[in-house]
Design a protein around this ligand. Structure first.
Ligand SMILES: NC(=O)c1ccc[n+]([C@@H]2O[C@H](COP(=O)([O-])OP(=O)(O)OC[C@H]3O[C@@H](n4cnc5c(N)ncnc54)[C@H](O)[C@@H]3O)[C@@H](O)[C@H]2O)c1
Length: 250
């Protein structure tokens, strides 16, 4: 049985991704700082006859990332797929964008990814197989997002991470790709304080060529594809999954 580890798996895109991997027959290692939500998502996979377990993991902690990965490897061997999904998108205008606020977002949205990948990579390399999938954003690959400069910069950083790591790990049989979601109906996008909010999302649907905002499982299914053998020759790419938004809005 293949093993996948997912960060931020308690809610939103991470949760939908965990459920999709569960349905695809993977052993799903759900991790999050949201313990109740993470355990509930784990129970949902188990209730469907899947295999899953939850571990508390704050991606800002190298110690925790190392410990969770070591615990999984000790029991199940090399991890097959790492999904770096955990992220925050706080609205912070430039005049109050302190070093601390900048670093906080980078610590989760970019460095948080490398902590988990770095922990899992040695055994994946030994095994000579595996894949890594990182969540970027349309705000990282194409759009500028005012009052979210730190977020856009971190999500653009994900593109560089994917490219560099794809080349470094290719010889070990490990593929590294990213997904750049458009507007997806999750807590992040529904936040009035930090993002579009419910009304803004409905408005966005009007100019998305496919006529609707994305759902978490629209992203989850692409992530499962990227991990699958169907994507065996695909590495170093960040796929935009946005209902046609980028190509259709001009
Ligand atoms: N929703 C969108 O429209 C959208 C668009 C583009 C990109 N994304 C990206 O997709 C990913 C998932 O977003 P979402 O919309 O599901 O958001 P969400 O807010 O619903 O979920 C984010 C998850 O990350 C977890 N998390 C936050 N800080 C963490 C930390 N320090 N350690 C571990 N986990 C932590 C949260 O607990 C939560 O489970 C994020 O990286 C986000 O930036 C989302």
């Amino acid at each position: 049985m293949k093993t996948v580890i997912i960060t931020g798996a308690g809610i939103g895109i991470g949760r939908a991704t965990a459920l999709a991997f569960g349905k695809a027959g993977y052993r799903v290692i759900l991790t999050d700082i949201l313990e109740d939500e993470g355990r509930a998502a784990t129970d949902a996979i188990l209730a469907e006859g899947g295999t899953a377990e939850f571990h508390a993991l704050d991606v800002t902690s190298t110690e925790q990332a190392n410990a969770v990965v070591a615990s999984v490897e000790a029991r199940f061997g090399a991890i097959d797929t790492v999904v770096c999904n955990a992220g925050i998108a706080h609205k912070v205008p430039l005049d109050v964008l302190t070093d601390e606020k900048w670093d906080h977002t980078f610590d989760i949205d970019l460095k948080g990814m490398i902590r988990v990948i770095r922990a899992a990579a040695p055994k994946m390399r030994e095994a000579g197989r595996g894949s890594v999938i990182c969540l970027s954003s349309i705000m990282g690959v194409a759009y500028g997002w005012d009052e979210h400069v730190h977020y856009s910069a971190a999500k653009s950083g994900v593109v560089g991470l994917v490219r560099g790591l794809a080349v470094e790990l290719a010889k070990s049989g490990i593929r590294v790709n990213g997904v750049a979601p458009g507007y997806i109906r999750t807590a992040q996008a529904l936040s009035e304080e930090h993002s579009l909010g419910p009304a803004g999302l409905e408005k966005a649907a009007e100019f998305i060529p496919m006529g609707r905002v994305g759902e978490a499982d629209d992203i989850a299914d692409v992530i499962v594809f990227l991990a699958s053998n169907a994507a065996r020759y695909l590495t170093g790419q960040v796929l935009t999954v946005d209902g046609g938004l980028l190509v259709g809005r001009y």
